[in-house]
Design a protein around this ligand. Structure first.
Ligand code: CUA
Length: 311
């Protein structure tokens, strides 16, 4: 885990985040200096006799010329510094498709070995030092994608694909958050970006491209069967086990993710059981029903145990 706070625009972890922090600090300090200057002038003005100053000169100079020239310079300067905005990704960029949904993130990448699409959720693993080019859209309402340490914020809108560039220059885990109010669980619509050394990233992507591993024990086989019998696959895809259904997150490798429920809780076998059993307790209004009011405890336990080992 990184030493810096995982979700802070004040602790950038890549060049785009650093540029944005530099622009923000310059604007903040500049505004502070101008505010102090205006307060100083106000103090002087209040102590002067009426008629001792040329009012017209101050209004034109201080009220028109000064703000106009400051704004023109700032505009030019911030245009020069702003992060790249491109309709076409840079040649070496990693292209990532992100679809925002109420209330989680679907993530798509291409497996370089086969060209096949790899679908995952709520966690984007990326290689350190490589530009990331995101295509953002939404399946329902307007959301906004924001990982403060890695770059700017961009709305995800239904019927459009918007682009966003990010980059992580250090290995670590950074938290992101939906930044546009989108309904009951807007606050629990988080995600994590995990930046890895390039070789580690390649190994992870190759693993994600594979279908789910076959159950190694009869107990796990019972969990797999219970997942199908309980119709969990009506919303969730597990590649190699069930037909594609994209209403809920792809669970093919859910056991390998750092968190469950779009950053609602850290992932562990125990958390998996708790999440499946009491989804509505942890994320009221989520599209997934709690299992505890329709499945017996042994069934929930066996489904959770099978899911937790899908690494
Ligand atoms: Cu999605 Cu707020």
């Amino acid at each position: 885990m990184n030493a810096a706070p995982p979700q802070s625009a004040l602790h950038p972890a890549g060049p785009i985040g650093e540029t944005l922090l530099g622009v923000s600090l310059t604007l903040f300090v500049g505004a502070l200096v101008i505010f102090a200057g205006v307060m100083g002038l106000l103090y002087v003005a209040l102590r002067r006799r009426p008629g001792a100053v040329n009012v017209r000169r101050w209004i034109i100079g201080g009220g028109v010329l000064f703000p106009t020239s400051v704004l023109v310079v700032l505009f030019a300067w911030s245009e020069w510094h702003r992060p790249p905005w491109r309709a076409v990704p840079p040649a070496d960029a990693l292209i990532i498709g992100v679809t925002a949904r109420m209330w989680w993130w679907e993530v798509r990448m291409r497996d370089p070995a086969t060209g096949a699409e790899v679908v995952t959720a709520n966690e984007i693993r990326v290689p350190v030092g490589r530009p990331l080019y995101l295509g953002l859209t939404s399946a329902d309402v307007i959301h906004s994608f924001w990982v403060p340490a890695l770059g700017g914020k961009m709305d995800a809108m239904p019927g459009r694909v918007q682009h966003l560039q990010l980059q992580a220059d250090r290995a670590g885990t950074w938290r992101g958050q939906c930044a546009e109010f989108c309904g009951d669980q807007h606050a629990r619509m988080g995600l994590h970006v995990v930046a890895l050394a390039p070789a580690e990233f390649d190994a992870w992507l190759a693993g994600q491209a594979r279908p789910a591993q076959a159950p190694a024990t009869p107990e796990l086989e019972r969990g797999r069967q219970a997942f199908l019998d309980s119709r969990c696959n009506a919303c969730h895809t597990v590649r190699g086990v069930s037909e594609e259904s994209r209403l809920g997150p792809d669970l093919t490798h859910v056991g390998s993710r750092t968190h469950l429920g779009a950053a609602t809780m850290p992932n562990s076998p125990a958390a998996m059981g708790e999440w499946v059993r009491h989804t509505q307790r942890h994320k009221p209004g989520a599209r997934m029903p709690s299992a505890d009011n329709r499945l017996d405890d042994a069934t929930v336990q066996s489904i959770a145990a099978w899911l937790a080992q899908l690494k």
